[in-house]
Design a protein around this ligand. Structure first.
Ligand code: HEC
Length: 174
C-alpha cells in the first residue's frame, strides 16, 4: 500500500510521457545501429589489416592440417587407433572447420604471403558451398568416430579429404 501511494504522489504524467517517448527513440536508434553495424561490418569488421585476415586463415588451416594429419596416420595404418584420441581430433577439426571463411573473403587478400586464389572473391557462392561441404563432412566425422567403427571412419575421412582437395583445387594457387 505504502509503495503505491508513494508512486502516485511522485508520478507526473507529463514527465512520464516524455520519458517514454525518449525511451522509444533510444530503442529505435539502437535497433537502427544494430542494422547498420551488421550491414557495414558484416564479414570484414574483424580484421584491422589484410595481413591479419591472411594470418588468421592460414593459422586455422595449419591447425586443420595438423589434426587432419593425425587422423590420416590412423586411417593409413601408420598410427594405432585410439578411439578417444581420434574422436578428439575430429571434434577439434569440426570446430576449426567453421572458422577460416570470413577471413578468406576479405577483398584484396590474395596478395601477400598467401596461396589464396582471387577466384574466391568472384565465386563466393561456390566458395561458401565448398566450405559448407567441409563443415558438414567434419561434423559427420565426429559422429562416425564416436561409433568406433573403423571402416566407417575411414570412409568418412575419405569424404572429408575430398572436400579439402575440392576447395584447394579451385581456390588455392599452386
Ligand atoms: C572451402 C575451402 C577450403 C577447404 C574446404 C579447405 N581448405 Fe585448406 N586452404 C584453403 C585456402 C584458401 C588456403 C590458403 C590460405 C592462405 O594462404 O591464405 C588453404 C590453406 C591450407 C593449408 C596451408 C596453411 C598454411 O600454413 O599456409 C593447409 C595445411 C590446409 N589448407 C589444409 C586443409 C585440409 C587438411 C583441409 C581439409 C580437412 C582443408 N585445408 C580444407 C581453403 C580450404
Amino acid at each position: 500500500m505504502v509503495k503505491i501511494t508513494k508512486y502516485r504522489v511522485t508520478m507526473n504524467p507529463e514527465r512520464e510521457q516524455q520519458k517514454e517517448a525518449k525511451m522509444k527513440k533510444l530503442v529505435r536508434l539502437s535497433i537502427c545501429l544494430v542494422f547498420v553495424a551488421v550491414a557495414v561490418g558484416g564479414a570484414y569488421a574483424k580484421f584491422a589489416k589484410s595481413e591479419d585476415a591472411i594470418k588468421y586463415r592460414k593459422a586455422v588451416m595449419f591447425l586443420v592440417g595438423q589434426h587432419f594429419g593425425r587422423m590420416g596416420a590412423v586411417v593409413k595404418g601408420k598410427a594405432d587407433y585410439d578411439q578417444q584420441a581420434f574422436n578428439r581430433n575430429a571434434m577439434v577439426m569440426e570446430a576449426l572447420s567453421q572458422l577460416p571463411w570470413e577471413a578468406s573473403m576479405v577483398p584484396g587478400t590474395d596478395k601477400g604471403d598467401t596461396t589464396l586464389n582471387a577466384a574466391v572473391f568472384d565465386k563466393q557462392d561456390e566458395f561458401k558451398a565448398s566450405a559448407q561441404a567441409f563443415e558438414t563432412g567434419a561434423a559427420k566425422l565426429v559422429s562416425v568416430s564416436q561409433s568406433g567403427d573403423l571402416s566407417a571412419i575411414k570412409a568418412q575421412f575419405g569424404e572429408v579429404a575430398k572436400s579439402c582437395k575440392g576447395c584447394h583445387d579451385k581456390f588455392r594457387t599452386k
